[in-house]
Unconditional design. Sequence first.
Length: 129
Amino acid sequence: MSKIFSYKKREKLKSKKLIEQLFAQGKSFVVHPIKITFMSVENAFEKSNIQVGVGVSKRNFKNATDRNRIKRLIRESYRLNKIALHEHLKNTNNQIAIFLFYVDNELPQFHTLQAKMKTIIDKLINQFD
C-alpha cells in the first residue's frame, strides 16, 4: 500500500492544549452527520501540516464498541480522501488542526461517510484559498 494513504501518529490530534484551543477559538461547520471544527495554527507540527482528531458522543452511543466503530469508519474515510487537502496545504504552506465529531444518533454506512468526507475536504480547501 502506498504511503500517501497512510494515517500516521504525527497526523493524529492528541495535544489536550491544542484541542482545548481548537474548541475555544476554532471555526466550525456541519456536513450532516459530522461537525467539523478547524483552526489554522502556526509552526505547531513538525513533520505534518495537518492533525486530525475524531470523536463520538457517549450520550448517543452507550456502547463503546459502537463509538469505536464509528471513529474507525470516519478515520478510514478521511485517510482515503485526504490527499487533496494535504496537497493544498503543502502548496499554500498552511498548518491546520481539525476535529471531526459525529453528531447523528444512528450507526453510519461507510459509503455515506465517504461521500460526506469528500464534501468536508472540499469545504476545508475552500476555507484556505
